[in-house]
Design a protein around this ligand. Structure first.
Ligand code: 4NP
Length: 161
C-alpha cells in the first residue's frame, strides 16, 4: 500500500512573496500532490491581497502563475490540516513554534525551516534581481524536499501509469 502523501503549508511573513512562490513551484514540480499544498503568512499585513507585483512578474517570467493567489494568515486549524509546515526563514519558524505551543490543539504537525541552513532572503525591500534569486533558491529547496519525501519517484511513477 502506498503511504499517505503528506500535506505541506509554506509559511513566510506576508504571504505575498516567498511562500506563494514555494506553493506554486511545489505544485508545478509535483502536480499529483497539488491539492495538499498551500501557503500562508504569520502576519496579517497583506491578508486578502494578491502576490507582490514584482514577484508576480518575476514568477511569470519563469513559468509560475501567481495571479490567483490571495494572501492569508496562518490559523490554528492549519496545525491540524497540514502534516508539515515549512517556514521560509528562522523568524517565521520561531513564530510557528510559538503558535503551536500556545495552541489548544495537540499539534502533531512537523514544523521545520524550508532550507537546511539559513533563510530564504526576504526580497520585499530589495531590487528586482532579488526576486529572481529568491525563486531560484526556492526551486532548489523544493527539489530537495521532493527528494526527501520520495515525491520525485512518485511523480515519475504517475507519469508512467
Ligand atoms: P513575504 O515578504 O514574507 O515573502 O511575503 C514580505 C511581505 C511583506 C512584508 C515583508 C515581507 N512587509 O513587511 O509588509
Amino acid at each position: 500500500m502506498r503511504k499517505k502523501v503528506p500535506s505541506i503549508l509554506f509559511v513566510c511573513l506576508g504571504n505575498i512573496c516567498r511562500s506563494p512562490v514555494a506553493e506554486a513551484v511545489m505544485k508545478k514540480f509535483y502536480p499529483f500532490a497539488a491539492r495538499r499544498i498551500g501557503s500562508a503568512g504569520t502576519s496579517a499585513y497583506h491578508v486578502g491581497e494578491g502576490a507582490d507585483g514584482r514577484m508576480l512578474q518575476a514568477a511569470r517570467a519563469k513559468g509560475y502563475d501567481l495571479s490567483r493567489h490571495r494572501a492569508r494568515q496562518v490559523k490554528e486549524a492549519d496545525f491540524a490540516k497540514y502534516d508539515l509546515l515549512l517556514a521560509m526563514d528562522y523568524d517565521n519558524f520561531l513564530e510557528l513554534k510559538t503558535l503551536a505551543r500556545d495552541s489548544r490543539l495537540d499539534v502533531t504537525a512537523e514544523i521545520e525551516t524550508f532550507l537546511e541552513n539559513g533563510n530564504v532572503p526576504d526580497p520585499y525591500y530589495g531590487g528586482p534581481s532579488g526576486f529572481v534569486r529568491v525563486i531560484e533558491i526556492i526551486e532548489r529547496g523544493c527539489r530537495r524536499w521532493g527528494r526527501r519525501l520520495g515525491w520525485d519517484d512518485e511523480e515519475r511513477r504517475m507519469r508512467k501509469d
